[in-house]
Design a protein around this ligand. Sequence first.
Ligand code: FES
Length: 236
Amino acid sequence: MSSKIEAPRPRSVDRSKLSYVSTSAPKDSEVPKPRLIDRSAVEYIRPVLTVLEKNVHSPVTPGVVHFPQFKITPALEKAANKRIAQYPDDQRRSAVLPLLHEVQHRHGFISPESIEWVANKLGIAAIKVVEVVTFYPGFRQKAPGKLHFRVCRTLSCAMGGSYELMAKLCEITGIDRSSADTHKDPISISPCGSYSVEYAECLASCGTAPVCLVNDDFHEGVTPEKAESLITQYES
Ligand code: FES
């Protein structure tokens, strides 16, 4: 038995009531106009810092008055060449430490200009010299005072009173160590530029603690009570 299925009739639509979504481009009035820029007033940020700008921090300190500004002099060239000659020609980069000592001894600290000079002398990249300077705490990146104290603060010296010695040195010389940062900015300098202090790690004389270096001189058994006479002996 067959049955008939009636197909649904198409609905009639009132087209006047339909709202269309437009696919065409927006009207001109809706498009934001590009802003006019006065290019002469634009300040560009330097995209790349050089190795030295990024890694060497040499702010001017009151201590600069005691050291001549870095300059390539015949005397410096002669001293450097003598050091370099102590190494085989293809190993001249091994002279990096002696050259940095030459610079620091004459100018008080290792400036970005001196790093560039050392790198050129040895034919190596400046970053290689920066690596050495930042690895050894003995190399400074800013001018210290005329008298620079390095106070050992490792265990024996700490127990022997090195923290008290540091406090005493700061009190006598007028040094403010409140903003000192052991890693980034370890040296604190007096406003007059004559004195500076920093902590050092074990100076290899634990049996005579507390010990400290004044410039390149080694002093043992420097208790806080001896701080004043230690300074006086360099001033007389
Ligand atoms: S702990 Fe100061 S010299 Fe060793």
